[in-house]
Design a protein around this ligand. Structure first.
Ligand code: AMP
Ligand code: FES
Ligand code: ZN
Ligand code: ZN
Length: 316
């Protein structure tokens, strides 16, 4: 496989885009694409101050790297959740986040939940009896709350998270299975600022998880490989696996699922009765059934086409 730009040996092959690139061109392509998405979804302008929520994983570290390379003013926020498990998850992810910030001379705010609120997330979860024995619900709540608080108190215009396409498609899939209309209508690459909260953006929402892994490896960014120990067996991991099976058989399916949703949402086509469409129907010139096509309905056009190819077809 050869790089589409220079013809050298490709190191990343993206079947979903029918695009293969060498390392050097891949490292150029990712920021270019990110800039395109920032503009397309009107995420933020050059003069705005961005707070990037950095977890020490590949997505958020990759995002921080890309935004600063693109010349944006982007500071980091790391939330110490107090989640340990076998690998000392929080400790290790904080170490890698601080290392990245130091290497690149970037400003990083660190907020430790235990110092701030007296207990780490797993204990807060136990005390509150929320989330059926798993701390993920309280953790999500605390992360959203703290990200909003710091962005507002420190005067940032925008809060950026590292959610990638796999994350977004899994959430979309879950909300579609349950037809959660409210959640569907709120899922977006940009959430406008409301009630004193900073605007929220997801600049990586169109990148596959494996594209982010490839970016960090090519760029030499050291990140935490392990997932949070509490994520095991979660619904979102199950949905990601299902979508990956689909993607293996049909490259691009995940991206199409997400992009078509965004289009439908933008055009107001979600959950709106389309009676108006009925008005544009008229009888097919051949069979008389209603159609929106100018002359023949799709079925009659198909039969006409078949006749052209095989003139001997006789009607039954
Ligand atoms: P998750 O909810 O773990 O899938 O993470 C989604 C995004 O939330 C990440 O890409 C980060 O931008 C942000 N995030 C998650 N955990 C942390 C953390 N401990 N500190 C700061 N940001 C985080
Ligand atoms: Fe919050 Fe796992 S419970 S990251
Ligand atoms: Zn190349
Ligand atoms: Zn609050």
């Amino acid at each position: 496989m050869k790089c589409k730009k220079c013809g050298e040996k490709a190191s990343v092959n993206m079947r979903q885009h029918k695009l293969a690139l060498c390392k050097e061109h891949y490292l150029e392509w990712m920021p270019e694409q990110t800039e395109r998405f920032i503009k397309k979804y009107e995420m933020f302008a050059r003069h705005e101050k961005i707070l990037v929520a950095v977890s020490g994983g590949k997505d958020s570290l990759g995002l921080w790297d890309i935004l600063t390379r693109l010349g944006y003013h982007a500071d980091g926020l790391y939330l110490g959740l107090g989640i340990n498990g076998g690998i000392n998850y929080s400790h290790e992810s904080q170490r890698l986040t601080e290392k990245f910030a130091n290497q690149h001379g970037l400003k990083l705010h660190i907020v430790d939940i235990e110092k701030e609120y007296g207990q780490p997330i797993p204990v807060l979860s136990e005390i509150s009896h929320r989330g059926h024995g798993k701390p993920c619900a309280v953790c999500g709540l605390a992360k959203r709350h703290e990200m909003n608080r710091i962005a507002r108190d420190l005067g940032y215009d925008v809060l950026a998270t590292g959610h990638n396409l796999d994350d977004e498609a899994a959430v979309l899939f879950g909300n579609t299975l349950s037809w959660s209309a409210d959640f569907l209508l709120r899922q977006s690459p940009v959430l406008a600022s409301t009630g004193g909260l900073a605007r929220k953006v997801k600049p990586l929402c169109r990148f596959y998880e494996r594209e982010m892994t490839a970016y960090c490896l090519a760029r030499g960014i050291e990140y935490i490989y392990e997932e949070c120990p509490f994520a095991e067996g979660s619904q979102s991991i199950y949905y990601k696996e299902l979508l990956n099976k689909l993607e293996t058989d049909r490259p691009g399916a995940k991206l199409t699922f997400y992009l078509r949703f965004l289009e439908a949402r933008k055009s107001g086509g979600l959950f709106v009765e389309k009676d108006s469409k009925q008005a544009h129907l008229h009888p097919c010139a051949k069979c008389g059934q209603p159609t929106s096509a100018p002359e023949l309905c799709s079925f009659c056009r198909t039969i006409e086409k078949a006749k052209e190819v095989m003139p001997t077809v006789t009607p039954t």
